[in-house]
Design a protein around this ligand. Sequence first.
Ligand SMILES: NC(=O)c1ccc[n+]([C@@H]2O[C@H](COP(=O)([O-])OP(=O)(O)OC[C@H]3O[C@@H](n4cnc5c(N)ncnc54)[C@H](OP(=O)(O)O)[C@@H]3O)[C@@H](O)[C@H]2O)c1
Length: 336
Amino acid sequence: MPSHAEILASNSLLNDTTTPLISVFVGATSGIGKLTLQALVATGASTRIYLIGRPSSLERTQPFIDALHALNPRATIIWAEGEYSLLSETRRICDDILTKEARIDLLFLTAGYAPMFTERAETEEGIEITQSLSYYSRMLFVMKLLPALKAKGEAPGRVISVLGGGLESASGIALDDIDLKKPGNFSGPGMQKQNLGLNSVALDKLAEENPDVVFVHAWPGWVDTGNVHRGVKEGTVWSMFVKWFLAPLIGLVAIRDEVAAQRYLFEATSGYFGGGGVEWKGKAGVNVKGEEGRNGLFLVNYKAGCTPNSKVMEALREKARDKVWEHTVRVLEPYS
Ligand SMILES: NC(=O)c1ccc[n+]([C@@H]2O[C@H](COP(=O)([O-])OP(=O)(O)OC[C@H]3O[C@@H](n4cnc5c(N)ncnc54)[C@H](OP(=O)(O)O)[C@@H]3O)[C@@H](O)[C@H]2O)c1
């Protein structure tokens, strides 16, 4: 596992050649995405970043964008607006980006939250909202932007999905009800477990079919972003529990923002993961197939170390992948 000193050393080598030239961030209007985007801009490198945000976030985000331009005048931040919890909007946003960019170096996906203490709520497209944000919309972004991620560049295109990589279990996906729609099947923890398992299985399939792209499914541990407040309904006992107990506890044990930011910048740019980016001279990261120094899918823990979970991934590949993929393609097909 890379030490924090090694992470900082790698990040300090970022320059115009090793920094992703063109990035797409979905979910960087707050939290881990925002921290990472800021760290990327702070490298001083010339870079162009599409910041996808919902309309209601623009007013709050504009000062952040202005500050980034002041921090690094060689960075261009392009606000790309859309209600990306909807797949029709995700498609529109991607189509729009693809009219402007032939190559994308980095797709960084962090939108979503765990519906821990809320009831099932669906988008107007009939998809449970956290599942749309954490899984379906993310996969549609990947699939739509894949041609640009595969186009020739300085390094392999890279996809990073931040959710729960390494936490999947062999029996962790409800295959008979992938969307947890049947009465009694939905629960907050259940949906979170389902979404992280689906991410790993789908990214494993995409990694196998696209060996020229690097895929990372990261688990952030605790980062004090306020994410925990999103999954509760205000005015309930659970909201009190989160406010007075869980959130302060997270505040005590959370990874510091600046540490998290450097770890995700490393995941976005280091040759530790499959090659490309900043050259990595030590022992390379190991992908889910147990391979070192190759592209593929990397399950990455909160310290930016690889947790290949190979046995579980092998079992999921055998038992779950085809079913998950067929279902996913069926859901996404009208929007692809
Ligand atoms: N933070 C942690 O400790 C932690 C731990 C484990 C897993 N995770 C997971 O890791 C991912 C990133 O976490 P984070 O803490 O960086 O998240 P965050 O800051 O709370 O939120 C990330 C993004 O999700 C967007 N979002 C939330 N609800 C939305 C909605 N209904 N429609 C559209 N966009 C919505 C936010 O947009 P707005 O700015 O417009 O609200 C924001 O850009 C999340 O999926 C989270 O569940 C986080």
